[in-house]
Design a binder for this molecule. Structure first.
Ligand code: XLS
Ligand code: MG
Length: 402
């Protein structure tokens, strides 16, 4: 059968007007209410199941009016109410909220790890407001991605304390969600190696999982790695990252897109771009084999070549972008499921992984005397060639539909 996963398309991807460091936005901008209409349309047509947003994707932040989300007469409340009504009507589930701590210039030297306590306080209050907004829309997850919590200059960081600040900030999120009985029951950490900072404090999935073990409520927290982008930016593989997170019960959901290894954060749509086809199918294959039940969330943008200004384009191109991503994701997913069900691959793996069960049991049971007393014939083990190359060729041919 295979797992047909639920799909989330966030506001910041669908609404992205696609600027880059070398040129301004190409697409006409849309409001959060217009973005809601595009997303609800995609839900009505069976393309997506969930959505997600930063606080700033929905309503602007005014640090001098920090409770505007709760004041029923405010413009902020009116916009949020309109969005909620539209989402409810379409049955589009608002799955995750995240707090934007990268855009506003006050956070240019970091949000929750900023060495200046005044900035950390602003970040904490903004995060609490984002949690309330998420609760209003029924979000289940709060995501912390490292944003500007990082550095370029080694001597400007209060090392050690920066990780204490990080833990304090994340502990506050979990405490606020629990104390107010918010709809948000879980948090996720999204690692990234660099960009926007030269270096970030949580560059890998392993860093994030290690940090979680030191938090006040480790069960509240998991990870949402962005694959392929955030691992492959530094040449790491998302396959091992995903597998480790699943094995530790920490993969809450996945951000997906495409990436050419060792480049800037490409954020290409799934499968689109020079590389990544086999790597992405491999990630989905591993998740299928490991029985992971979570959902995927796109985190990518329209190729700049595929954007165009203009009133008609602003809706049509964004809609085509959602269709392209869903088509690419479902294509990769169905190929991954076929590979997981392939008898030849399964029987080769069985021979590689499930031989000599008595020895495997001895090692698993860990009885020191029994391990010392068990012998293998070194020469016969050493003289076996594994033929992993032909397994890989078989997989490649199947990916190519041969
Ligand atoms: C940036 C991140 C970001 C988060 C949400 O690289 O992927 O978009 O997913 O803030
Ligand atoms: Mg992401």
């Amino acid at each position: 059968m295979g797992t047909k996963r639920k799909i989330s398309m966030p506001y910041w991807c669908a609404a992205n007007p696609v600027g880059d460091p070398f040129g301004p936005a190409v697409m006409d901008r849309i409001t959060s209410v217009e973005a809601t209409d595009i997303l609800c349309g995609a839900k009505n047509d069976g393309l997506i199941d969930f959505t997600a947003a930063h606080d700033d994707d929905l309503v602007p932040w005014d640090p001098y009016n920090e409770d505007d989300d709760s004041q029923t007469g405010s413009e902020t409340y009116k916009i949020l109410k309109t969005i909620k009504e539209k989402l409810d009507k379409a049955g589009l589930i608002f799955k995750m909220v995240t707090c934007g701590l990268h855009g506003n210039p006050v956070f240019r030297n970091g949000g929750i790890t900023n060495p200046d306590p005044r900035v950390r306080l602003l970040a904490a209050k903004k995060a609490m407001r984002a949690l309330r907004i998420g609760n209003f829309l029924g979000a289940e997850y709060f995501t912390y991605w490292v944003a500007r919590d990082g550095f370029e200059t080694q001597f400007a960081v209060p090392w050690g304390r920066n990780y204490t600040y990080l833990m304090d900030g994340l502990n506050l999120v979990a405490r606020y969600a629990k104390a107010n009985d918010l709809s948000i029951k879980q948090g996720t950490i999204e690692n990234k190696p660099n960009e926007p900072r030269g270096e970030m404090y949580l560059p890998t999935v392993g860093h994030a999982i290690a940090l979680i073990s030191r938090l006040e409520s480790p069960d509240f927290w998991g990870v949402n790695p962005e694959l392929l982008q955030h691992e492959q930016m530094t040449g790491l593989t998302g396959v091992a990252a995903a597998a480790m997170a699943v094995r530790f019960g920490k993969l809450f959901f996945l951000h997906v897109g495409n990436q050419k290894p060792n480049q800037f954060d490409n954020d290409n749509p799934v499968l689109v771009g020079m590389d990544g086809l086999k790597e992405f199918i491999s990630v989905l294959y591993v998740l299928e084999k490991m029985g992971w039940q979570g959902h995927v969330e796109f985190d990518n943008h329209i190729l700049r070549t595929d954007t165009a200004p203009g009133e008609a384009n602003k809706t049509a191109i964004r809609r085509e972008f959602i269709e392209l991503n869903v088509d690419a994701y479902r294509t990769a997913e169905s190929r991954a499921i076929k590979l997981a069900e392939d008898d030849r691959i399964n029987s080769i793996q069985d021979k590689l992984w499930n031989s000599h069960q008595e020895i495997a049991d001895t090692l698993k049971n860990g009885d020191l005397g029994k391990i010392s007393g068990t012998n293998v014939d070194y020469d016969s083990v050493n003289e076996e060639a594994l033929k992993l190359g032909s397994l890989d060729m078989l997989v490649n041919k199947k990916i190519m539909g041969m």
